[in-house]
Design a protein around this ligand. Sequence first.
Ligand code: UD1
Ligand code: UDP
Length: 369
Amino acid sequence: MKQLKTMMVFGTRPDAIKMMPLVYACRKRPEIDLSVCVTAQHRELLDDVLFRFHVQPQYDLNIMRPRQTLTEITTRVLTGLASVFEQAKPDVVLVHGDTTTGLAAGLSAFYHQIPVGHVEAGLRTGNPHSPFPEEMNRTILGDLCSVHFAPTEQNRQNLLDRHVSGKIYVTGNTAIDVLRYTVSETYVFSQPVLNTIDYRQKVILLTSHRRENLDGGLSEIFSAVHMLLEAFSDISFLFPVHPNPVVRRQAQTAFQGNKRVCMLEPLDVFDMHNLMNRCYFVMTDSGGIQEEAPALHKPVLVLRRETERIEAVLAGTAVLAGVERNEIFTCASRLLREPLAYQKMSLAKNPFGDGYASERIVDALVKIV
Ligand code: UD1
Ligand code: UDP
């Protein structure tokens, strides 16, 4: 049997997390000869994921630099991948999502005339500047990929509206698959402080790192947190802080010494998912967390002006809380004051799939290529 030489290329934490179940699913299929290439657009965050899932990449471009620019990421990935593709000659390349690694890897494969499969295809806000540059990254990727694995029907429709070429498969999001591996009711955290917290109290999980929130948005979000702490004496925040130095500096200024905001180093994905499973609700500008939290029945306040995960808002598991302090305060207060509003959100059905997206992607892959 001729095997399909499949190369996955990813480089950031969110992409790595969502590609892990697909790595596992590919390894189970004798029709597929899988190799993994990491760009290491992220270093520590990526290595944590690879370590926890016992995945050793065959290729590592090791491109990360402190305060890297989008141009640097793009050019380093393009340059690095050229020799990898020339040497490995994959039949198909799989990229993920909307990061600059994803776009540059797709473009490089296109230059080498290798078919590209796009995992998590078709997400759109419709605003080319938000999220920046992710909306443009995924739009261009949609145009150059030959097969699209769309998590939802809405994502498929977005691709059809754009008249992309190639086949589209609606698969669910592999983000939900990951939870099958990470979450357990009896989980013991590797970060000791997380084992000392009383999760019957109202513990709110906070994350924020988006480029478009760095200039103004973060300070609005942090002010909203201060307003909430003043208005509600029974709440506290857990805040794993992204390693981006711009985020870290602003977080330190806002919360250093505050006993009700526990700032943590980035959590490994097992700790993170189990923390999400135990917290009261989530406030975040993350993409992936908007998918995971609903699957764990946790309401999400999305700290952005727009979301490409509109399904969660329509299903009632997420509220678009914006990036203005009063608006965020109002949305969070409602969840804290109104048990029925909280219950309605936590019971709403997760719209991102049943946890078997990876298996569907592999089934499609072996059939079409
Ligand atoms: C990138 C993705 C974004 C994703 C985010 C996930 C693009 C354009 N954006 O954000 O979609 O939501 O990753 O976190 O691809 N850093 C470290 N160690 C790490 C990772 C980052 O020190 O392991 C620091 C570095 O100083 C780096 C900075 O964080 O320069 C920002 O990393 P970068 O990948 O450029 O982040 P974003 O583009 O903001
Ligand atoms: N995550 C993690 N540790 C953290 C923060 C996030 O493991 O300290 C996980 C989170 O559960 C999700 C992914 O990282 O699976 C999301 O990454 P991020 O928010 O950095 O990127 P985005 O999804 O916004 O692109």
